[in-house]
Design a protein around this ligand. Structure first.
Ligand SMILES: Nc1ncnc2c1ncn2[C@@H]1O[C@H](COP(=O)(O)OP(=O)(O)O)[C@@H](O)[C@H]1O
Ligand SMILES: [Mg+2]
Length: 252
C-alpha cells in the first residue's frame, strides 16, 4: 500500500458551476480513512453542493474525485452508493406507519451489491433479526422497537434514520447537518452516536454547531464562496483570521 491509501477520498480541482456561477471552485480535499472530517463555512459556501458532487447527485463541471484510489468522477449515484459512499437521509427514508424495527429490517433488505441475496434467503432471517437488534441497540432505540415510527419524538426519528443509514454499512458516511433542529439533549445523543459509529468507518460531516465540530472532528475544512479558506484542527482554523472574517464578515 502506498501513502495515498491513507486517504479514502482524494478530490482534485473540483469545480461545479450552475449557469456560470461557481458554487464549488477548484477544490482540492483529502479525507483520511477512519477519521471524522468536518466541512464548515457560512451559508451558501458550497458545502451541500460538495456533498452532492461526492455522491454524484451533481456531475462536476471540472476536476476529479477518487475513492479508495479509484476514479469515480464519472460514475452515477447508484454506483457510488454501492461502493459504500452513503449520505444520511438521502437513501434512507423513514416509513411512518411501520414500526421502528420494521424500518431497520427494510433498510437491511434494500438491494446493495451482494448483500441483497444474502439477506433475502429464508435461512438468514434470524441473522437479519439479530442485525436489526444490534442496530437498534447502537442508536439506543431497542426499547422502542415496536413503536410506530410516526409516533417517535423528533430526536428519536433522527436516531432511527441513523440506524437505517448504518444498515447499508457505509464505508464513507456523509452527514449534512446531523444536529440541526435538535434540542440540547438530542444534540448530545447524536454527537455520542457519531463518535461511536466512527470506530470503523470514515465520516465527512457538514455541521453548524461548532462545539460539536470542536469535540468530534479530527480535521476541519473551511469553505467560503466555493473555495477552501483554511484547513486543520479546530484550534488551528478557529484562530485563523480569514476564518473569523468569513464568519463575522457578514455572509450569513
Ligand atoms: N441546483 C442549484 N442550482 C443553482 N444554484 C445552486 C444549486 N445548488 C446550490 N446552488 C448555489 O450554490 C451556492 C452554494 O450552495 P450550497 O452548496 O447549498 O451551500 P451551503 O450548503 O454551504 O449552504 C449557493 O449560492 C446556492 O444558491
Ligand atoms: Mg447546505
Amino acid at each position: 500500500m502506498t501513502i495515498a491509501a491513507d486517504n479514502i477520498i482524494e478530490v482534485r480541482g473540483l469545480t461545479k458551476r450552475f449557469h456560470g456561477f461557481a458554487a464549488i471552485s477548484n477544490v482540492d480535499l483529502d479525507v483520511r480513512r477512519q477519521s471524522i472530517h468536518a466541512l464548515i463555512g457560512p451559508n451558501g459556501a458550497g458545502k451541500t453542493t460538495f456533498f452532492n458532487l461526492i455522491t454524484k447527485v451533481h456531475q462536476p463541471s471540472g476536476g476529479s474525485i477518487r475513492f479508495n484510489g479509484e476514479d469515480i468522477t464519472n460514475e452515477d449515484p447508484a454506483r457510488v452508493a454501492r461502493r459504500g459512499i452513503v449520505r444520511s437521509f438521502q437513501i434512507s427514508a423513514i416509513f411512518p406507519r411501520m414500526t421502528v424495527a420494521e424500518n431497520v429490517r427494510i433498510a437491511l433488505q434494500r438491494p446493495k451489491g451482494t448483500s441483497f441475496h444474502f439477506w433475502r434467503s429464508e435461512s438468514s432471517l434470524s441473522v437479519l433479526e439479530d442485525r436489526v437488534d444490534e442496530l437498534l441497540a447502537a442508536v439506543g432505540l431497542e426499547h422502542m422497537r415496536d413503536q410506530t415510527a410516526a409516533g417517535l419524538p423528533y430526536g428519536r426519528k433522527r436516531a432511527l434514520e441513523f440506524a437505517t443509514t448504518l444498515a447499508v454499512e457505509p464505508e464513507l458516511l456523509l452527514l449534512d447537518e446531523p444536529t440541526s433542529g435538535l434540542g440540547t439533549e438530542d444534540v448530545e445523543r447524536i454527537a455520542a452516536l457519531i463518535r461511536s459509529v466512527s470506530a470503523n468507518r470514515t465520516i465527512l460531516m457538514v455541521e453548524h454547531n461548532l462545539s460539536i465540530v470542536a469535540r468530534l472532528a479530527d480535521k476541519i475544512t473551511v469553505l467560503a464562496r466555493g473555495k477552501i479558506l483554511a484547513e486543520g484542527t479546530y484550534a488551528e482554523v478557529s484562530t485563523d483570521p480569514r476564518v473569523i472574517e468569513a464568519y463575522i464578515g457578514g455572509e450569513e
